[in-house]
Design a protein around this ligand. Structure first.
Ligand code: SF4
Ligand code: SF4
Length: 215
């Protein structure tokens, strides 16, 4: 991705007002593949910031910015991180959170990206939204196709009846998720599942903040 002086960049610069040194964090996993937070984008961001009068004392490209131990190690090894007024993070929100937790209280931590979804990766650089993290998975009854994520109306009992030639009435670029579910269940000989009325989800399963502590 070519970073230009877009609205987002203007927002980042405005958030950096009053600071003079800005450290950069990228992510060598998803953000690198999305071309939003790999080496090329970090270099580009560094140039843009320098052109805007900021000092950029360093750049970190960790394997996974959402992994606390890797970010913590970076803070330990690179003293210039803590000496910077601000840190701009070219990673998803989970990465920004980890960097912010490791930063000093007085340091600004600014997200450079807008995180859109949790992806299933087809292959390098090809992402598809797979799961909306609802906390109550129904994929076992919907042939592995998530109505919560792939039906724009989030229908648990579909289809809505608006599909035209198999395409979704809300997003005509996508096949109707419920038609796909029907076809797949038919292939599996499990069409009886469509007769079952699914009750509304119990959203207590998705209460934030979530944590999973295995140790
Ligand atoms: S039903 Fe919920 S947990 Fe399962 S894939 Fe869809 S959003 Fe994710
Ligand atoms: S056409 Fe299909 S995918 Fe689109 S809103 Fe209706 S049920 Fe959902």
């Amino acid at each position: 991705m070519i970073i230009t002086r877009t609205k987002k960049m203007e927002k980042i610069l405005s958030s950096l007002e009053g600071t003079s040194s800005v450290y950069l964090f990228g992510c060598n996993a998803c953000a690198e593949q999305c071309r939003t937070g790999g080496k090329a984008e970090l270099d580009e961001m560094a140039t843009l910031l320098k052109d805007s009068g900021f000092d950029v004392p360093g750049i970190s490209l960790v394997d996974e910015t959402c992994y606390n131990q890797l970010v913590k190690k970076e803070f330990r090894l690179k003293k210039s991180i803590r000496k910077s007024d601000a840190i701009v993070v070219l990673a998803c929100g989970a990465g920004v959170k980890i960097v912010a937790e490791n930063s000093d209280r007085a340091q600004l931590v600014i997200p450079a990206l807008d995180t859109l979804f949790l992806a299933s990766v087809d292959r390098h650089g090809r992402f598809f939204e797979g799961c909306s993290l609802c906390g109550e998975c129904v994929l076992g009854e919907t042939a592995g196709i998530c109505p919560h994520t792939q039906c724009p109306k989030v229908l648990l009992n579909g289809p809505c009846g608006g599909a035209a030639e198999g395409m979704c009435e809300v997003n005509p670029e996508c096949e109707c998720a419920w038609l796909r579910i029907y076809n797949k269940l038919k292939e599996q000989g499990r069409l009886h599942l469509l007769k079952k009325i699914s009750p509304p989800k119990d959203h207590s399963g998705s209460i934030q903040p979530r944590k999973v502590l295995l140790r």
